[in-house]
Design a protein around this ligand. Structure first.
Ligand code: C5P
Length: 233
């Protein structure tokens, strides 16, 4: 058995407004995708990493792999082109995994500082339970439901709510079967657990981490730069 990691990096990153796709934005001279490749291939497993990128970024990605992954690594790495929606990119990535992969992690390249410990926590829980697993953090802010004009209608009880991150982990057959059957195009899922939830699978949580913060807006870029400057990562 082998571990599979699908690193999704094919989004345009429109909310960031950068000149390059989000996963190719640089922090201290390294693209986000490089951080993801480094952490995945540092895991002490026999594994296969599929990186899903915009078609025109494939050559650059292959060069990055050559510079990061040693020839004697226990990891093999391939690159595939992405789709219009995130779930399509994930599906293409899963299809590109070798037969022997039995556990799949899906990770956003936009979360460059997710730690190896977080990857291992997710992997262990998938292996222990046979269920799907997401990293989750409590919600700090009070939540309000508002209308299109920004008028508050109610306060939402946050006690049972969590905010989820990636890497998200799955038994391969669970995520592959869910992608094969789910009708995702009319109502696209915003994470991978939602795909298996729609197929009726149980999803568990493990403790997430602040450093797995996702780059979405220019403010997030400052947060990630702070993590580097303060040696948090
Ligand atoms: O846009 P968002 O922040 O939700 O994207 C999360 C991750 O999914 C990013 O790493 C992005 O590159 C990836 N993605 C993708 N293919 C898409 C859309 C997003 O690989 N069509």
């Amino acid at each position: 058995p082998m571990l599979g990691v699908v690193l999704v990096a094919a989004g345009r990153g429109e909310r960031l407004g950068a000149a390059v796709p989000k996963a190719f934005v640089e922090l201290r001279g390294r693209t986000l995708i490089e951080f993801g490749i480094a952490v995945a291939t540092s895991l002490p497993h026999r594994g296969h990493l599929v990186i899903v990128v915009p078609e025109q970024r494939a050559a650059q990605t292959l060069d990055l792999i050559d510079s990061i992954v040693q020839p004697d690594s226990s990891w093999s790495v391939t690159v595939v082109p992405g789709g219009r929606e995130r779930h399509e990119s994930v599906s293409f990535g899963i299809d590109a995994l070798p037969e022997s992969v039995n556990t799949v992690l899906v990770h956003d390249a936009a979360r460059p500082f997710a730690s190896a410990e977080l990857f291992e926590r997710v992997i262990s829980e998938v292996h222990r339970t046979g269920d799907s697993v997401v990293p989750a953090l409590p919600i700090a802010n009070t939540l309000k439901r508002v209308d299109a004009e920004g008028i508050v209608h109610e306060t939402i009880d946050r006690t049972p709510l969590v905010a989820v991150q990636t890497p998200q982990g799955f038994p391969r057959e669970t995520i592959a079967a869910a992608h094969a059957t789910a009708q995702l195009h009319t109502d696209p899922p915003t994470d991978d657990a939602e795909v298996v939830q729609r197929a009726g699978a149980r999803v568990r949580t493990v403790t997430g981490e602040m450093r797995a913060h996702k780059l979405t807006t220019p403010d997030d870029l400052r947060i990630l730069e702070f993590f580097l400057a303060a040696n948090v990562v």
